[in-house]
Write a protein that binds this ligand. Structure first.
Ligand code: CMC
Length: 392
């Protein structure tokens, strides 16, 4: 006691012990519960990976079916909750709608919020997994003034989300199975990433014994920041900006290197990875596959590929070990799928949800958990004498 060390941004300080996700940032390794991301992406479904993260085992077919069924019966929102969406302005940011709606969800389940009761924790996690895609689709529908659809539980998790997002009561909408598969894979890539900003937020809020909805809602707000999940939208805005300026990639890189205020190579760099982000390698392959199926290839892909090529050969980026992160190429896929830029970070949140649930659950189940309460180095005035306002 009395001895405090400063670690700005927690660069060297572990906030917890965790058995969920392993990252070796120098080697570019990411494993969920011991399984390399390359073995899971494209092979295990998002629900399978969610089960793995939450329950620490690969599900059997029967366990996966049961998990899926449990989620399926909770996809509806209460009608009062649906009315909630009409109160937002049409141009509301969908991340703000998402976090508000998740907080609001807790008001419907007040008798099942006890963080110390494993059954209540389980049903809260199921409810969140089931309802977040519905909320996300409604946030989008609201933004374009369309009616809010009901979930179709004959569809699988991602297909249901895509139909709620893009379907219309007046048009027979068929989910493209290739796109559904790619989105499912992207969710897998985002499913957990140990103690990142939003997950640390979820844990910190939960460490005060706040319920799972309150904790996850706080995580969504942390994720919305452009240095975290918001980077996927920021990348697309950056690529569009470069295109609007005539597509001069070299000129843009010069501005980044000159550290012009507010100009960063978005989608590059990572606190932990000092090597190619293994998720970015998988996304890069997927973006080329998706865009090659399109009639007119996206000119932004060309700009992104050129940016990467220049950056990987430039001493500024090489010496700082700045490589593409997961967000560098995801936006191009989301755009190809028809999502507006504002929705990109919502998609990140849908993917990250099982990680938040697993990390929160791990913390709650650990009897040694204490409330998170960082210390500080005080840099203010020493003791001063108060002067009454009449004498100032
Ligand atoms: N463009 C240009 N320079 C950069 C970038 C970048 N994207 N990232 C880091 N740098 C420079 C930074 O200016 C600093 O230079 P110097 O040593 O001369 O002061 C050096 O590299 C170290 O950077 P840092 O800001 O101290 O590193 P950090 O670990 O605090 O930040 C980061 C990590 C991800 C916030 C940062 O790299 C960044 O802002 N990247 C762009 C935003 C982004 O893509 N975020 C998504 C991260 S992955 C998904 C997620 O977590 O949600």
């Amino acid at each position: 006691t009395g001895y405090v060390t400063l670690d700005q941004g927690f660069v060297n300080t572990a906030s917890c012990a965790s058995a969920i996700t392993y990252i070796d940032g120098d080697a570019g390794i990411l494993r969920y519960r011991g399984f390399p991301i390359e073995q899971l992406a494209g092979k295990a479904s998002f629900l399978e990976v969610s089960y793995l993260l939450i329950h620490d085992k690969l599900p059997t077919p029967a366990e996966l079916a049961e998990f899926g069924d449990k989620i399926r019966v909770h996809t509806l929102l209460q009608e009062e909750m649906r009315a909630f969406f009409s109160g937002f302005p049409r141009d509301a940011h969908p991340m703000a709608v998402l976090s508000s709606a998740v907080t609001a969800l807790s008001t419907f389940y007040q008798d099942a919020l006890d963080p110390a009761d494993p059954e209540q924790v389980e049903i809260s996690g199921i409810r969140l997994m089931a309802k977040l895609p519905t909320i996300a689709a409604y946030a989008y529908k609201k933004s374009i003034g369309h009616p809010l659809p009901y979930p179709d539980n004959s569809l699988d998790y991602v297909e249901n989300f895509l139909r709620m997002t893009f379907g219309l009561p007046t048009v027979n909408y068929e989910v493209d199975p290739t796109l559904a598969k790619v989105l499912d894979m992207l969710f897998v890539l985002h499913a957990d990433h140990e103690q990142n900003c939003s997950t640390s937020t979820v844990r910190l809020v939960g460490s005060a014994q706040a319920n799972l909805f309150a904790s996850v809602s706080s995580g969504i707000n942390a994720l919305s920041g452009p240095l975290h999940g918001g980077a996927n939208s920021a990348v697309l805005e950056m690529l569009e900006g470069i295109r609007a300026d005539g597509g001069d990639v070299d000129a843009f890189v010069r501005r980044v290197k000159a550290k012009e205020k507010g100009v960063k190579l978005m989608g590059f760099g990572h606190r932990v990875y000092k090597n190619y982000d293994p998720r970015a390698a998988i996304v890069k392959k997927a973006v080329q596959d998706v865009i090659s199926t399109m009639d007119r290839p996206d000119p932004l892909l060309e700009i992104a590929l050129k940016l990467e090529e220049i950056a990987l050969a430039d001493d500024y980026f090489v010496s700082r070990k700045l490589y593409p992160n997961v967000d560098f190429y995801t936006g191009l896929i989301y755009k190809a799928m028809g999502f507006p830029t504002k929705m990109f970070t919502v998609l990140f949140a849908l993917g990250r949800l099982p990680g938040w649930i697993a990390q929160w659950g791990e913390m709650m189940a650990d009897p040694t958990t204490k409330i998170g309460r960082p210390r500080q180095l005080y840099t203010g005035e020493a003791e001063r004498q108060f002067v009454p306002i009449t004498e100032r």
